[in-house]
Each structure stands twice: as C-alpha cells, then as structure tokens.
Design a protein around this ligand. Structure first.
Ligand code: F6P
Length: 540
C-alpha cells in the first residue's frame, strides 16, 4: 500500500455532521440522564474471557453508536484490519507491514513469508530457552555461570513494554533482578556499576535499529566495564543484544551466539512481544511469557472475528474518535487501580502519541480531523490525591480510562475493597456530579459562593476495564486491546499509525550541538546564548 494506492478514508463530513447532531441531543441531559436507564450497563459493556469493557459512562446511545459503526465501515475499517493481519504494507511511508501480531499468533506469522517466519520462530525459541536458563539464574550459553542481575539497555519501545511486563507479573522464585537503563543520562548507570558485581551481571542491549545514541553510549560504557573487571573474553560472555540489525550489533562486538533477531516489521512500540522482552521472559520464565502471548493472540482473534458491535478494539477506537473529534476532548487519562500497572501510562503514552500523533493523512493531505489526544496517567488512589481535582472540576473535560482487577494476588480483602470502592466512587462522581440541591443536603446550608465551589457538574465520561485477575493471559489481552484500539483510531483518521517521522528532526540537530558543547564546533545559530551559559557555569 503506497500513498498513491491507499484505500483509506477518514470519517466523512456527513458522518461527522450526524455525530455532532447526536452529540447536541445527548448533551441536553448528559450522562446522568443516560445512567437513569438501569439496563445501561448490560447494553454498553462487552466482555471476553475475564476482561470486561464497561463503556456505560460514555455519552453514547444506541443510535449514536450505529452512526459511528456505519462511519467506520465507510472508512474501510474491516478491510484495513484484514490488510494489517494479511501482512500488507500498511506502513506505507516505510513500505513495510506491521506484523507484531505474528509474534503471538502463528497463523499470522505465516503471512510473513516462509524464510522470515522460520528466522522469527528460531529467534523466539532461543529467547524461550534463554529465559528458562535466566529464570534459574544461569547465564545463557555458559552453563554453571551465575546471573543475578540483568541490565536491560534500551529506550522507548525497546524498554517501556518490557519494564511494564516485569513489574506487572508475578516473578515467582526467580533470583533475578532486572535494571532498566533508558535515557543517555549517566546517573543511573553510574549508580548501577557501583552497586553490581559484574561477575553476576548480564547486559542486554536492545535496539531495533542498533543506532540509537542513548543505547549505544550506555552499551560502550558497560562493555568496557565488563571487560575491565572480567577480562575481554569473560566480559564478552555477559554482553547480549536484541536487534533487527544484526550486522551493526556484530560490528559493536556482540557475538552471533549472544544475539537475538527480530524483524523490521515489528514497530518499536509494538515490540514487547518479541525477544526485546528477553529480560522479562527471564524473570517470569518462558511458560508465563508464552501465556501472555496467548492472551494477546486471543485478542487478535477477537479483533479479526467479532462483529463490530461486540468487537472490543473497534468499540474502543470508535469511542476514542467520538471523544476526540465530536466531544473535542484534548486529553485521555489512564488510571489503573492496581500498583502492578504503575508503568502502564508510560507505555500508553508512546503507543498512542507516537502512533497517532500525526497531522498528515495517508495520502499526504493535512489531516482534517484532530488525531491523538495527550495521554497521561497515574495509579489509583494516588491519582485521586494529585490530579483528580482537575478531573472533577477543571475547565477541560478529560475522559478517563480506569482499570480495576477483581481478584488481587494478596489476601488483604479489606484493603482491596477500599481500593475498588474508591475506583467505583470516582466513576459515579465523575458521571453524575452533585447539583446544588444534593450539595446542600450533604453539607448543610452554605452561601451561594460556597455552594458554587462545592457542586460538581458531572457528565464527565470514563471507560472501565475490569480484569478478573492480572495474570499473564489477561495482561496480554489488555495490551493487545490497546494496540488494536490505536490502530482503529488511525483508520478513522486515515493516518499511518506505524511510522514516526516526528522524532527525526531533533535527532538530526543534536550531534552539532553536542560538538559545540564539547568545544569542537561553533554553537549553531539560536543557541549561542544558552551554550555560553553552560560554558560559564562549567567554568570553561
Ligand atoms: O525515537 C523513536 C524511536 O525510534 C522509537 O520508535 C523506538 O521505540 C525508540 O526510538 C528506540 O529505537 P531503537 O529500538 O531503534 O533503539
């Protein structure tokens, strides 16, 4: 699919017009009026194998949902989904497919072509073998040699998903601890090499391109640290890489037997399913990691097969477009009421904003529709004590995505009830608010000025995902659901969710500035004063 022959079509002006009319109609009574319907939860929720998606607190009715679905069909959503899974070049500006689903769904891998599919399968199998060795605390390829710490070096998609998985899932009895190094800032690395014993440490450099400055700089320092402390030969045994650019990794000094490959059709932010997550698979063990892949595959199958009105990613994407393009909401908050999902917002920021933060359609026109919202998030109940004032009474309405888990992996029922009670209270408070009469009834007689401060307009939408448990399968389903939701939105906006040209400009400017900072070049125009300031403070 090239920009010339693309078949995409954003939501049409006619659909948008109809949707705006629906919005005006629904806005009159707002969410409180819709929530009067006691059957609403049943009509506006869907579930799949232990994952409930409750969108009853979104300002939508059946009629509006029909218009959205009709608009999606006219945008070619089903055909574009099929093209995605078939391995067509849906990433038109880079002329390649986006086949991250192939890492978890064997039938999709078949669409990658025989040779490549075999190469991917071999790499995945090696990852599983290494994961089990690591899980027992053994250095892959060096029987009897211990590993207690992994330093996972990578940035963006080469770190965020892996770190999220490591934190979210139960590590069992593994003696391993994984440390993550992302930003080129040396502070964490210096701390780590002060604390860790190189003879018990393994370093994994994770970079799809194997050209990312942050990762390579850390990599050089850690390669030298291992060699200095253990000697060249022993040090090299503890240095591993995961990349789609195996030649570059080889030139860097990674031996082929310590290198895991993944295909260039796996986008960075979609790569947590690949050997990128070697360190997570090591902590969890291959069995748990495979279960997570199976959960994601279940969501893939659902996305491909379920009718639109029961299709979780489709419904979710439609709601995203409704909020962004019709309600005009600029942001989206991700509030997980489970500490294990503490890192979900960071992963989601990249997923949503790097995928859909675009202003140009697939065929190169200025995008007529607003695209990705600003994403932020926090765990509950911490969010309640930091950002929720603005969520309830701020001048911008921000739709929130809540996540809860019915059965936690601990026995403190009282604490868990308090957590869930807080979550459900937020849903209700945001949706229904509290009018003047109810406020007076609650707080007693107060003057009008005070009354205004203490009332809540309500009608603030939220979506809720409830997981029966946060186990590998449900985590896989959850993350795949978000991936596909983002894809659905990209179709409705007719943008390419799989490229990221916007990150390039800053990258091209940085080397010249770095040379100036090192005193090897003159400061680029516009930055002289700032660089002078740095030099003065440094006493140069
Ligand atoms: O700068 C953006 C980006 O290319 C992301 O898309 C990617 O996840 C990250 O950098 C890391 O890239 P790499 O894996 O090639 O080091």
């Amino acid at each position: 699919m090239t920009p010339e022959n693309h078949t995409g079509q954003e939501l049409t002006p006619e659909t948008l017009d109809l949707l705006h009319k629906n919005h005006s109609r629904l806005s009159a009574g707002g969410l409180p009026a819709l929530l009067d319907d006691e059957a609403r939860f049943h009509s506006f929720s869907e579930s799949l194998e232990g994952l409930l998606f409750d969108f009853s607190r979104v300002l939508l009715d059946q009629e509006t949902l029909e218009v959205l679905m009709e608009g999606a069909r006219a945008s070619g959503l089903e055909a574009r989904r099929d093209a995605l899974f078939a391995g067509e070049n849906v990433n038109a500006t880079e002329q390649r497919p986006a086949l991250h689903m192939a890492l978890r769904s064997p039938d999709v891998l078949a669409n990658a072509g025989g040779e490549e599919a075999a190469r991917v399968t071999a790499a995945m199998n090696t990852m599983f073998e290494w994961a089990d060795e690591l899980h027992e605390g053994e250095l892959p390829g060096s029987p009897g040699e211990k590993v207690r710490h992994i330093i996972h070096v990578g940035i963006g998609g080469s770190l965020l998903g892996t770190q999220l998985v490591c934190e979210a899932l139960d590590r069992g009895t593994s003696p391993l601890t994984v440390h993550f190094l992302g930003s080129v800032d040396a502070v964490l690395r210096e701390r780590l090499i002060r604390e860790l014993d190189p003879a018990e440490t393994m370093v994994v450099l994770v970079s799809k391109s194997f050209s990312t400055g942050d990762t390579l700089l850390h990599g050089r320092r850690l390669r030298d640290w291992l060699a200095r402390n253990l000697g060249d030969e022993q040090g090299a045994k503890r240095l591993f890489a995961v990349t789609s650019q195996v030649e570059r990794a080889g030139k860097f000094g990674i031996a082929p037997e310590r290198l895991l490959y993944f295909s260039d059709w796996v986008g960075g932010r979609y790569s947590l399913w690949s050997p990128v997550s070697l360190s997570a698979a090591g902590v969890l063990g291959s069995h748990a990691f495979r279960e997570m892949l199976a959960g994601a595959a279940r969501m893939d199958r659902h996305f491909r097969e379920a009718p639109m009105d029961e299709n979780l990613p489709m419904l979710y994407g439609l709601i995203g477009a409704w909020h962004r393009n019709i309600c005009g909401y600029p942001a989206w908050g991700v509030m997980a009421y489970d500490q294990r999902l503490r890192l979900l917002p960071a992963w989601m920021q990249q997923l949503v904003m790097e995928s859909n933060g675009k202003s140009v359609t697939q065929d190169g026109r200025p995008a007529p529709l607003a695209t990705a919202p600003v994403v932020f998030g926090e765990t509950g109940t911490e969010a309640q004590h930091s950002v929720f004032q603005a969520m309830h009474q701020g001048s911008d309405v921000v739709p929130l995505n809540f996540i809860g888990v019915v059965r936690p992996d601990h026995d403190d029922r009282e604490a868990h009830n308090e957590l869930l009670a807080n979550l459900f209270a937020q849903l209700e408070a945001l949706a229904k608010g509290r009018d003047a009469e109810a406020t007076r009834a609650e707080v007693g007689e107060i003057d009008d000025a005070m009354l205004a401060q203490r009332t809540f307009a309500g009608s603030r939408p939220s979506e809720l995902i409830m997981l029966d448990r946060l186990d590998p399968k449900r985590l896989g389903m959850l993350l795949a659901l978000y991936e596909h939701k983002v894809f659905v939105e990209s179709v409705l906006w007719n943008i390419n969710a799989f490229d990221q040209w916007g990150v390039e400009l800053g990258k091209t400017l940085a080397p010249g500035i770095q040379a100036a900072l090192a005193g090897k070049a003159v400061a680029p125009g516009g930055l002289e004063a700032l660089l002078d300031h740095v030099a003065r403070v440094r006493g140069q």
